[in-house]
Unconditional design. Sequence first.
Length: 132
Amino acid sequence: MFHFSKEVDYTFQLTIALAKLDSGEYLSLRKFSQESNISFLFLQKIARSLRKSGIIGSLRGAHGGYFLKRKPENITLKEIIEIIDGPSGVVGCLRKGGFCPNKNTCTARNVFKYVNNKFINSISEKKLAEFI
């Protein structure tokens, strides 16, 4: 069955926590790590990817931390997933750049295409703000 990686799970937890902050507030990654029972080093890796993509920013210092650089209404679930896992898709052969040696003979390809398209459309339409 299809499932999200732990990294995507933790990324959603982090971005939702950041989206709940008031303007001018910052989230301490160490504190979030302790409260959510997620490895601090793992969260640092996730935060680095999100920062590189431009979704979050950080402020150094005793009162610093992380914050969303974009409004949650402008961030899709697809974007978050792809920052962590690369191109979205339910089955590898249908992902961008995916390869299937049985492309022309696969009897289940239409089923996978249907499910894959529904999944992509769904996560493309849903915004982070809907989960705050």
